[in-house]
Design a protein around this ligand. Structure first.
Ligand SMILES: *[C@@H]1O[C@H](CO)[C@@H](O)[C@H](O)[C@H]1NC(C)=O
Length: 480
């Protein structure tokens, strides 16, 4: 028997009710410590900030997003004043084009946004770590830029005599690391107050300023004025107030300038991405997006597990791979982020440059220390276990490898890393034979790099190839 029209209607309306409402209210309430964003506020508060942020792209109906909420709000509370913790509701129609442009393919997606040298063109990288409050907060804190100079007895005087009129702040501490708090303060006063940190064992400096206990923050207001010692709580807010007597903190967001690059307007005029194919979204977006909105240089792919590392780079059929082996993360305020961040940034910018030019390039991956394969590789290649970031290149098929030597050029900056990569592309530079036992011979790898791609790369030619595709790691995601 056919259902009665009225019950049919009832059925339809209950079906509709079960569908996610497109203008559904977000997961986070007004009082939540999580900053809620749309594209425009993202540009103002995140992309144009000197501070580090984490942004969650979510849909209210997604179970993993709901599960993440308590931890994420905890992260927001813990990082208050140190970094921004924000969320974008991608289920809101108004945000859909933006989420498409950001290449969001599943919920939740967490992206850490770090200021680069060019304001409005931050570095955006996917956070792929554990979804616990501590793991997330640590990853964000670690990326708070470090504008705090570490001084010793030897270089203190030199630093003091630089820009003598400029106010300076010195933290005397018994820690060897630079805390998230002092780094965040230095960001607040970027351009206004120069920050340094001196360890308790630098006895001449300690005596010079009569420091009796650690930590002690001393403000040198500049122009030969007497140093002032801070005696309040070691909390962001009172410390900002104290330092403000020498220079005003940077307003954040920066006040809109009449003739500033109109990031927001341009962003709003963008055509929404129409392609339903999530694979196509980031590519399209790359072309269409104004530079500022975009993921300028998307972070390089991570190989989180031994299996992923082996499949991508360690088979006898593997082509050239660049691997950034990251050091172990100990605590939120370790100081390794400097070179590590620089190395990753250089690699992602170089990869991005090549992908924009559509020139063919072998893949770059980062390998976290928790990937036990990284340790095996370090051991096998005779690399120090506890070193900072190490960038290596290897080719399983041809059985060679080589290491980028930051000491030659001094750093992991783009120029020297790119020169090294260019030399590899041209088949130049020193190579060593891969020791036995590095490659994994057992079984057939699931995915192999295409041979032809590899050949053309090494000949230095720049054919178009889809060399960029890399095995995607399955994540705990509700797919879109
Ligand atoms: C960012 O830092 C620069 C100095 O490097 C400063 O001039 C600018 O005002 C800061 N912007 C914000 C939004 O804090």
């Amino acid at each position: 028997m056919m259902p009665q029209p009225s019950s049919m209607l009832l059925l339809i309306s209950s079906l509709l009710a079960a569908l996610p409402a497109t203008s559904a209210s977000g997961l986070y309430t007004k009082n939540s410590p999580v900053l809620q964003l749309n594209q425009q506020t993202y540009n103002q508060l995140i992309a144009n900030s000197n501070h580090t942020s984490i942004v969650e792209f979510y849909a209210p109906w997604c179970g993993h997003c709901q599960n993440l909420k308590p931890a994420y709000e905890k992260v927001a509370k813990n990082l208050e004043g140190l970094a921004k913790v924000a969320a974008v509701n991608c289920d809101d129609d108004a945000n859909k084009p933006f989420c498409g442009q950001m290449g969001i393919q599943g919920f939740p997606t967490l992206k850490i946004v770090t200021a680069s040298k060019q304001l409005g063109r931050p570095l955006v990288e996917d956070y792929r770590g554990a979804r616990s409050a501590k793991a997330i907060a640590d990853a964000v804190a670690e990326r708070i830029p470090n504008h705090v100079k570490r001084l010793t007895d030897k270089n203190l005087d030199g630093w003091l005599s630089e820009n003598e009129a400029l106010p300076k702040a010195i933290l005397f501490t018994n820690k060897g690391t630079t805390s998230a708090l002092i780094r965040a303060l230095a960001v607040d006063f970027l351009g206004g107050i120069k920050f340094a940190q001196i360890r308790n064992k630098e006895t001449e400096a300690v005596e010079k300023f009569g420091v009796k206990q650690f930590p002690t923050l001393i403000l040198l207001p500049g122009d030969g004025k007497e140093p002032i010692t801070y005696d309040g709580e070691l909390k962001k807010k009172p410390m900002v107030e104290f330092l403000s007597q020498a220079a005003a903190p940077n307003p954040d967001p920066a006040p809109a300038k009449a003739k500033s690059r109109s990031v927001d307007n341009r962003a709003e005029k963008l055509k929404p991405t129409e392609s339903p194919d999530p694979q196509v979204v980031p590519e399209d977006a790359k072309e269409a997006k104004p530079a500022q909105v975009l993921v300028q240089a998307p972070d390089i792919d991570t190989l989180p597990t031994v299996e992923a590392l082996e499949a991508a780079c360690l088979t006898p059929k593997s082509g050239t791979c660049i691997l950034a082996l990251l050091p172990e993360q100990k605590e939120a305020d370790t100081d390794f982020p400097g070179p590590v961040k620089e190395a990753l940034r250089s690699l992602s910018e170089i990869a991005h440059k090549h992908s924009q030019r559509k020139s063919n390039l072998f893949p770059f991956y980062s390998v976290p220390a928790i990937n036990t394969g990284a340790q095996t590789l370090r051991d096998g290649l005779g690399l120090p276990a506890d070193e900072n970031a190490v960038i290596i290149v290897l080719n399983g098929r041809r059985g060679w490898w080589s290491r980028y030597d930051p000491s030659k050029s001094g750093d992991f900056g783009i120029a020297p890393v790119e020169a090294w990569i260019d030399a590899i592309r041209l088949g130049e530079g020193s190579k060593e034979k891969l020791p036995d036992g590095i490659l994994v011979v057992k079984g057939e790898p699931e995915k192999e790099p295409e041979e032809s791609v590899e050949e053309s790369v090494e000949d230095g030619s720049v054919e178009e190839e889809s060399a960029e595709e890399s095995p995607k790691q399955e994540k705990e995601h509700d797919e879109l």
